[in-house]
Design a protein around this ligand. Sequence first.
Ligand code: DX5
Ligand code: ZN
Length: 228
Amino acid sequence: MSGVKIAPSILAADHADLKGEIGRVEEAGADMIHVDVTDGHFAPNISLGPDTVRAIRKVTRLPLDIHLMITNPEKFYEPFLSAGGDIITVHAEAAGRSLLHKLSKEIHQKDKKLGLALKPSTPIPSWLRSETNPFDVVLVLSVNPGFPGQAFMPSVLPKVRKVAKLADSGELDVEVDGGVDQENASIIVEAGATVLVAGASIFRKGDVKSALQNMRAVTQRTRREVPA
Ligand code: DX5
Ligand code: ZN
């Protein structure tokens, strides 16, 4: 089992200093930058658009993990790809299967990755279990979409375990997003998460560097405790 990746969510960062905030998490050893895109429809908040992604692409070498919490993802995935997104994750509640197949083709042709996100109340679609999986990532959202700083919903843990079982046979990453902190990270990794998204627990704890390193220490300790 390779290491658990940590993806700080810039939704919780100081937006007047994104360059500084991203620089600090990069220096502290973050594995990717999680970019939450909300549209005021799918989620009750408006965050940022492709221009911001284009700007942050220039200030980091880390992969940009774009989480599209938007309706009509078919209209907007391309601008986020062209702006420098490396992983494009769309919601199962907003994208039909034909769109997902189209995205898989287009995104993989560009050597980028495709993710499927599930809101807390959304079960794993049955077709995800039975078909050849076109996704690189399944993102289990552990808060309702929209805002950083909400409490983790432990009710999603059985779903994380099920997705982790699907991932057993392949290269699928299991990403858990929402309310992840230095205390609950271990149970989430034990359930099978391979990517932890963390906003408030990294950017709103005072010292970004030690917040990230503490979370890293928890994931490394937990990994050692998980039986092979
Ligand atoms: C929820 C977002 C999350 C979340 C991360 O709308 O997808 O990425 O805001 O922030 P924290 O870790 O503070 O919940
Ligand atoms: Zn997110």
